[in-house]
Each structure stands twice: as C-alpha cells, then as structure tokens.
Design a protein around this ligand. Structure first.
Ligand code: BGC
Length: 729
C-alpha cells in the first residue's frame, strides 16, 4: 500500500482553510460524523457531531434540521501553565503568557479512518513538547469513539495539566435545539450528559472516561463536565492519555445515558489498542469491497479515495430508518436533509459494492411510504409522491421561502412543490439495486411496492391533453428553470418508470403470485390503471426537434436568451451569480446536467448515439455547473460518447470539488452527491460497466489516455467480482 495515496495531509496549519479543513478532516462510522475541529478548540471553529436521524424543529425556523450533539472532543492541555493552542504563534495580549507553534502536521489516514495531528509547541517557560493527537469513531462499534494524546518533552521538564471535558451546550450556528433539563452521569470515573431535543424529544447521551490514573472530576458545570489531571514529564519523557467516549440516543434504546455509561466503561477496559485494531479490521473489509485503484494518476487516485471515504463514513450500516443528507454528517449545509442525491448519486457505488448498506438506504424510503402517500393525497394525486427534502418523519421538509435577500425580500422556493422527479429517482434506484443484487426476496417484500406505488402516483399525475400525455409545472434537475411544462427529463423518466413498473409486475405475477395479488389489491393495480400506464407510455409527449435531431429540455427553452457560458471562463461563481437570478432564469443557462443526466441514466435506450452527440453539443456549452452534482454526470455521459478528454476534465473538476473548494462552500459540508457521482463516472463512464442482454457483466472502456489501469470490485448477484481494465500500451 502506498501510504501517500491513502493520506490527506495538511502541512503547516492553514488558518484560512479552517472551516474547509474541518469538513475534509471529518471522521465517522455511518452512525455519526464528527467535524475535524481541534481538541483544544480554535477561535471561530465550528465543531459538530451529527448523528443520523436526530432532527429537531425549532419554532423560529421553517424546517427541521440535524442537531449538533454534545461535543465529546475537548481536551485542553497546559504546558507549564501555557495553554496549548494553535493561536499562540501570534501575540495574544488578552491571554498572556503565550507560547509558539514550532511545527504542525495533520493527516487523515483514509485506509483506517483515523485523524492524526502532531504539533511541536514551546511554552512561555521555554519548555518544548511534541504533542500528537489521534482520534477515530469506531466502525466496529458505532457507539464508541477514542482519542489518544501523546506528549513528549523535547526541552525542559514541563508540568502538564490536562482537562478532558464534554461540551453539552452545543448549538446549530447559535440556534439551540435542547430542552433546558440536563441529566448528568454520576458513575465513578466517568463524565456524561444526556440532553433532549426540544421539539422532537430525542434523548442524546455522551459519556467519557480516561486512561489517566491521576484524573479527577472537576468541580463544576453540568453542561461541561470535566476530568482534570496534572503530571510532570522527565526530560525526554512522554505520557500517553486516552479518552474514550460513547454516544447513544433514544432512537437506539430507552435509557441512552445508562447505555453510554456501560459502553464507555467497557471501551476503557478493552483499551485504545484493542479498539483501534477492531476498527482498522472493519475498515480493511470495507475498503476491500469499495476501493477503486487507478494507476497513472496519483492526484486523482487520492482525491477519488477521499470521495469514497466520505460516502463510506456517512453510510448507515445498521439502521433502516436513516439516510444520508446532501452534506453527509460533515456539516450543517442543507440542514442534514435527504435529497435525490442519495438515490442517483451516492447509492449506486453502495449498491454495487456494499449492497447490504444500500438496502438500508432504500428501506429508509420504504419505511416512509406513509409520508409519500400523504404528500400525494395532499396534492390531489394517488400513490406515493416522495418529498423533495426528507428528514425523519418522511413528510416534505423543503423550506417554502429562502433566507432574506440583501434587500430583505425572500424568494419562493418551488422545489418542494414541483421537483417531483424524486419519486422516479427512487424507483430507478430500486430497479438498479434489484438488477445488480438479484435480491428477489427484497424486491418482492419491499422494492416492488416502492416501484409500483410511485408509478401509481405518476399515472394519476400525468395530464391527458392535446391528444397526448403531458406533465405541467415541473422542475427538472436544472433548477434554474422552475415550473416548466413538459420537462423532457421528467416526461421521459416517467415513461421509463411506468415501463419498468409493468416489467416488475409481470415478474411478480410469474415468480411471486402471492405478492402480486397482495400488491394488486393494496395498491389498486386494476386492469384499467395498467391500461392507462400503457397508454401513457405510448403517447407521452417527449419534446424533440426533428430537424435538429435533439431533445428539447422543455418547449420554449430555445426561445430564451442564449448566453455563451464558456465565455465567462475562468470564473469562480456560477453564471447565474454573475448575471443575476432574474436574467439567467430567462436565459438558456442550465444549472446542472439535465438532458445530459437523462443520457447518463438511459444511455442509448434514450436515442441513437448521433442524437446523444447532438444533445451533448447543444447542452454542454449551456451548462454553468451551478450545482456540484453536474460535472460528474457530464464526465460519465462524455466518456460514453468517446469524448474522453472532456470527460476527464469534468471528472477532474468533480473529484476535487471539496479538496479545491471548487464551489466555495465546502465549509458547510462535503458535496456527497459529487462523491458518489465520480465513482459512477469511473465505473459506468470510463470503464463502461453494465449488465448485457444475457445478464452478464460487460464493459466498454474509454479510459483517459494517461491512465494505465483501473481496477475495482463489484458485488454482482452475491459474488464479488474484480474488474481490471487497462489502456493499450
Ligand atoms: C441541486 C440539487 C441537489 C441539492 C442538494 C441543489 O443545488 O440543484 O440537484 O439535490 O442541491 O445537493
């Protein structure tokens, strides 16, 4: 293993990248995520421990959000009375005496999901110490976190004072989600707190204990319980301090504080090394399934691993009732809400490599069919209409209004009302999961109902007019154009959806007649309804320009102002931001892959290659990639068209979205859809992996010319298959 291709390094502390790096250096285990803030804190830091499923809705906000849990990281260290902080390379007159930072490096070890940091620090007394910090959130036991601090005397015989604490007074950017009551742990040698979310009533308990025999409970504050200890280091001597923490919520069991007290004691008894070993072994297994190896492109290799890492640390291993927010658990962007980013971006890599995890994410939707049915009904439709933004309840949680604009006004957000393709995106993910896993049992029991009831929704939603079927007032993937009639993406995907629903139903009739009968009754799949589906398939309006042989994004699209997007290069903002909202929505500037997304999803079943090429030539130059979801889909589609150089360019951009902060907002969390998208760009795009007509795995490589070899594994119908593709020498 080449360590450097598995390690994200920050050499020298970069204060100007504080928040971006907090996001990038997040650790997690599919249960919780912890931003890469420092144990000792830093001015302006945004620490966050986010737990899947723990949402709360304060009355002052339009929508619920993931709650920032009590912070288990704090370890404050004094060296001869000088506080260790990264600020002390500057004079701080409010806080003398001050020290100096002589050396610093931070490394995220992707192979084992351990965050490591080392610093060389001179105290005001002149003593110099080397400090190293390691932390991980165990993948072997998702309730356990461990930290190790090693302090070595380099000069002098310093007195080291350590305070280990929990900060239970956390907020989401100033907004507190906690009810006033605090329960604290009274267990010997342990500190712990349980808080309850004010509106949703979830209990969240965090406990910590330490290996340090000198540690005593500090007097004090229920919201910041602490253990403290003091020791003197011999010249060149060193000391190792381990802090163990446990986190449970009332989603796990009735008394989370009690569970966390027991768990943390057991963790401490097992010890840091044993916990690390179990954690590392679990990660080795995970990477054996999910790693993509690229030879000939070290830069992208590391970046690609980082994107895979961020999907893997967010993917719930043991919970069918949670899904992954647009920014994973690495930041508060999009408030932890779940979008189509899961089903069409993050899920495919999991479906093909760790299907048991992918199934959990699909089950999250299955268990929220009630919310989807409720939304359909509220919209005068039948079947299941999934919310555009989803949280724990399964109800629509998209805000209706934007935050105030500079002039104080708010913009109406229509996506929750009109971005209805989410229901089809879920159906697409169900079908893909079933085809790749061959998990008939799951399809019979759960998948079919998702596929069919969302089809029922569309059957009721589609409008019969002008001698054909149409769908009005939609938002396709390109969100710059709202409330359009007959989005080609939507209309064509609905045709795919109804066709696929009928195929699924035929399979049930043959292979699983009881389930066929059950669903026919419960979803009212009458002969009349199915006949309507067939009629819609035959007579759906698919906007197409016969003369130019291109799909039309929606009728009227080409009547709007043409703005040559490439002329604005190089740029750091979207063309929409440059031209302003009002002008760009009246223009042909596209936010993200839309027709191109349709091409990626349906390939040549959409149209012959010549049409796909025409579509590419038309839409690629009109897209400003205002969404991070866009470049990876362009890479995939371009690779399939043999436009390898453009494909690589798009891939390179997408795979570095957070590393290079290409969107300027990585501080808010990882762009998780882009992370899943780049996996697809490699596997479905450059490698061209697909299931052929005989049900065999097949590929059609179009690798970037400087890539020597790509290899990875997929799990095809229960068997792990390793695929290696080489460029001709
Ligand atoms: C994109 C959506 C995406 C959402 C969350 C928006 O900017 O246009 O497609 O689902 O961000 O990532």
């Amino acid at each position: 293993m080449q360590k450097r291709l598995w390690t994200l390094i920050e050499r020298g502390f970069q204060a100007e990248r504080l928040h971006q790096n907090e996001t990038l250096f997040t650790i997690g285990n599919g249960y919780l995520g912890v931003r890469g803030t420092f144990e000792e804190g830093y001015p302006g830091a945004t620490p966050a421990t986010l737990i899947h499923g723990i949402y709360d809705h304060v009355p002052s906000m339009q929508i619920p959000e993931l709650v920032n849990a009590p912070n288990w990281l704090p370890i404050a260290i004094m060296v001869d009375g000088t506080p260790f902080t990264l600020r002390f390379d500057r004079h701080d007159s409010l806080n003398p005496p001050h020290g100096a930072l002589l050396g610093y490096e931070r490394a995220l070890l992707l192979d084992r999901a351990v965050l490591h940091r080392s610093a060389l620090f001179r105290a005001a007394s002149g003593s110099i110490v080397r400090l190293t910090f390691d932390r991980f959130a165990s993948l072997a036991d998702e309730h356990i976190m461990a930290q190790r601090v090693t302090i070595t005397a380099v000069a002098g015989e310093p007195v080291i004072a350590v305070a280990y604490s929990i900060d239970a007074d956390t907020t989401n950017d100033g907004v507190s989600h906690w009810a006033p009551d605090v329960r604290t742990s009274q267990a010997l040698g342990t500190i712990g707190v349980e808080r309850r979310t004010a509106q949703s009533g979830y209990g969240v308990a965090v406990t910590s204990c330490v290996s340090d025999p000198h540690a005593v409970r500090a007097a004090g504050d229920a919201l910041r319980p602490a253990l403290t200890s003091v020791l003197r280091l011999d010249p060149t001597g060193s000391a190792v301090f381990d802090k163990f923490s446990a986190l449970y919520t009332s989603r796990d069991l009735a008394d989370p504080l009690d569970a966390a007290e027991n768990a943390v004691r057991q963790a401490a008894a097992a010890g840091y090394d044993a916990l690390l070993q179990a954690h590392t072994a679990a990660w080795a297994k995970s990477w054996a399934a999910s790693d993509i190896r690229i030879e000939g492109d070290d830069e992208c290799q590391l970046a690609l691993r980082l994107t895979a890492y961020h999907v893997l640390i967010a993917a719930p291993r043991h919970d069918e009732n949670v899904s992954i927010g647009a920014k994973t658990l690495s930041g508060l962007g999009y408030k932890g809400h779940v979008f189509w980013d899961v089903e069409l971006f993050m899920l495919p890599p999991l479906t093909l490599t760790q299907p048991e995890v992918a199934r959990n994410l699909l089950m999250y939707r299955y268990h929220r069919l009630a919310g989807a049915r409720h939304k359909a009904q509220a919209n005068g439709c039948e079947g299941a209409m999934f919310p555009w933004e989803s949280t724990d309840t399964g109800e629509e949680t998209t805000p209706q209004w934007s935050d105030p604009q500079p002039d104080g006004s708010r913009i109406r957000i229509w996506t929750g009302d009109r971005e209805q393709h989410i229901s089809t995106d879920i159906a697409y993910a169900v079908w893909q999961f079933w085809r790749w896993t061959g998990d008939d049992d799951w399809f019979r029991r759960c998948g079919a109902e998702l596929l069919l009831d969302t089809a029922v929704f569309w059957g009721s939603r589609v409008e019969e007019k002008n001698g054909r079927y149409e769908i009005s007032q939609q938002i396709g993937p390109d969100e710059y154009h709202e409330n359009v009639d007959n989005s080609v993406f939507v209309n064509r995907m609905v045709v795919w959806h109804l066709q696929t629903a009928l195929r699924g139903l035929d399979w049930l009739a043959e292979q699983s007649p009881d389930d066929h009968a059950r669903l026919t009754t419960s979803l009212d799949l009458s002969a009349k309804r199915l006949a309507r589906w067939r009629d819609i398939i035959a007579r759906m309006f698919i906007p197409f320009d016969e003369a130019k042989q291109i799909h039309i994004q929606f009728p009227g699209f080409f009547d709007m102002e043409y703005i040559p997007v490439p002329h604005y290069l190089p740029r750091t903002h979207s063309v929409q931001a440059i031209l302003g909202h009002a002008r760009s929505i009246q223009s042909q500037v596209i936010k993200q892959a839309d027709v191109v997304m349709l091409m990626a999803l349906l390939g040549e079943s959409l149209a012959p290659r010549s049409v796909l090429l025409n579509n590419w030539d038309t839409y690629f130059p009109r897209c400003d990639h205002g969404s991070s979801l866009s470049p990876a889909m362009h890479a995939w589609a371009a690779a399939r068209l043999g436009l390898t150089e453009i494909a690589y360019d798009q891939f390179h951009h997408a795979v570095h979205i957070d590393l290079h902060d290409n969107k300027g907002n990585s501080r808010d969390g990882i762009h998780a859809a882009a992370c899943g998208g780049v996996w697809q760009a490699v596997v479905f795009g450059f490698v061209g992996l697909h299931i052929d007509a005989n049900g065999d795995l097949a590929f059609q490589p179009a690798l970037p010319t400087h890539w020597k070899r790509v290899s990875f594994s997929v799990n095809y119908r229960g068997t792990q298959r390793t695929i290696t593709v080489e460029n001709p020498a």
